[in-house]
Design a protein around this ligand. Structure first.
Ligand code: FAD
Length: 447
């Protein structure tokens, strides 16, 4: 029986453990943290409490038979609820067809869903508090792995590094292959914050956004109506100016900047001492070296502004399993996976960072509302021809690199069809421009 080591019992690591075990592979899953620290505690303090789970992630979970459970724990988000500084509130539907699904899920609940599936697999051994220290190539194409708190290394047929943005699997790969990945510590940082808002009318709830000059506050629907799991994004340099305030002054700042929300009792005080989360991106490659492969954030962490990091990590797992099913061994499957996926990861990185500009700046302008209206009009008028790029990312599995190129074509089309009044363009002009767009799009998809 083949034996695989997975470093990191995050969402990608747990997913792969379940899927490989079901293929008759013995999996040893090593997690740096103790079992008691997972899910609810450290992770939830450090990173977002809630996540947007959309089509790619749901599709991957469906392959493990977990989609229905994930849907039960999630709350559907139908669009963006934009809270302007003027007090004006605008709802912009995510999917003009009304079909696409984005769910707000608690990170801890999703984690538990996958951990529970892993615990049920007899071929999975979970080792908490035993993180990967480093690895080396062994004999006969195997890999030797050393762990914290264990004197002896262990030998496996393959090693999957699902150990997140600070991956030690990646650090060893960089040393072994003499390559360097680029890590960018992003200027924006974040704090989790619990919020209350007036409950939204049926069919008009979703991701709340308060775009302001220096900061952006977002909120995903929580467990109760009107409760939001929020994240305040702010420049790192502004930390002291915000959280050096006492609780009353911080509460007042929220009331001034975001007058249509409330902080629950004690939240301003708790917020001051909650750690500031850092955002780092990872780019580079190769992600593999013989029987060793990086997946998820370990290979390609992106900024969170498109809500795709986890969705992409879960899609990675699904695509990797396809490669393993088709290839004759771990090393060729890992190489095939890297070749297939690297451009997609780069494209997602670019689009995610670019989306901060859209959320923070463009959502505040009338041109943004007009563009969204035009996109919705084109999607309805030319179904199957015009798929807004956001929909292709969130409600489809089109490779991210193709989405990026399609987005460029669409930006040109939208610029040609935009009218000053926001009214739809003349039908004949739209037909002509969309036909030209369709021809360019078809050749892109054929590549
Ligand atoms: P991780 O979740 O980072 O898991 C890695 C695991 O490896 C951890 O358990 C860690 O403890 C463990 N580990 C680390 N080092 C070692 C070691 N040496 N040995 C063993 N184990 C180790 N994505 C979305 O799709 N939608 C969203 O809405 C969204 N919102 C986000 C909001 C914020 C503020 C942030 C920061 C991220 C967001 N993301 C979102 C991205 C998402 O959190 C990540 O992309 C996702 O968690 C990646 O999963 P992973 O399994 O690859 O890595």
């Amino acid at each position: 029986m083949k034996r695989v080591c997975i470093a990191g019992a995050g969402l990608a690591g747990l997913y792969l453990a379940v899927a490989l075990a079901r293929r008759g592979i013995a999996v040893q899953l090593h997690e740096r943290r103790e079992a008691s620290e997972l899910g609810l505690t450290e992770d939830a303090k450090r990173r977002s409490i809630a996540l947007a789970l959309s089509h790619r992630g749901l599709h991957a979970l469906g392959s493990l038979g977990l989609e229905a459970r994930a849907s039960e724990i999630g709350r559907r988000m139908l669009g963006r609820v934009i809270h302007q500084a003027s007090g004006e509130l605008a709802f912009s539907a995510y999917d003009p067809t009304g079909q696409g699904r984005i769910l707000a899920v608690q990170r801890a609940e999703l984690y538990e869903l996958l951990a529970d599936a892993a615990r049920r697999e007899p071929l999975v051994t979970l080792r908490f508090g035993q993180g990967l220290r480093d690895w080396a190539h062994g004999e006969d194409g195997q890999v030797q792995v050393r762990f914290d708190n264990l004197a002896q290394p262990a030998t496996f047929d393959a090693l999957l590094g699902a150990d997140g943005a600070d991956s030690r699997t990646r650090a060893t790969l960089e040393r072994q292959r003499g390559v360097a990945f680029q890590r960018v510590d992003f200027e924006q940082a974040y704090k989790e914050v619990r919020l209350r808002v007036a409950p939204r009318p049926a069919g008009q709830d979703g991701l709340h956004i308060w775009p302001r000059d220096e900061v952006m506050l977002i909120g995903l629907p929580g467990r109760q109506a009107g409760e939001l799991d929020g994240t305040l994004f702010l420049p790192r340099a502004a930390e002291a100016a915000w959280f050096g305030l006492d609780a009353a002054a911080l509460q007042q700042r929220f009331a001034t900047l975001f007058p249509d929300l409330q902080l629950p009792a004690g939240e301003a005080q708790a917020l001051r001492s909650r750690p500031l989360g850092r955002i780092s991106t990872i780019e580079g490659g190769p992600w593999c070296d013989g029987p060793v492969l990086l997946v998820g954030d370990a290979a390609h962490a992106v900024t969170p502004f498109l809500g795709q990091g986890m969705n992409c990590a879960l899609e990675d797992c699904e695509l990797l399993l396809d490669c393993l099913d088709q290839a004759s061994g771990f090393a060729p499957a890992f190489q095939a996976f890297y070749q297939q996926r690297r451009e997609d990861a780069q494209a997602l990185g670019q689009m995610s960072t670019r989306n901060l500009q859209e959320m923070m700046v463009e959502t505040r302008t009338p041109a943004y509302a007009r563009q969204k209206q035009l996109e919705a009009w084109l999607a309805t008028r030319f179904p199957g021809v015009f798929l807004p790029s956001y929909s292709a990312i969130t409600f489809d599995r089109m490779p991210y690199a193709k989405v990026l190129r399609m987005k460029t074509l669409q930006e040109a089309l939208l610029a040609r069809l935009q009218t000053a009044s926001g009214e739809p363009p003349a039908a004949a002009q739209a037909e002509r421009e969309v036909a030209a767009y369709q021809a360019a799009f078809s050749s892109l998809m054929a590549e």
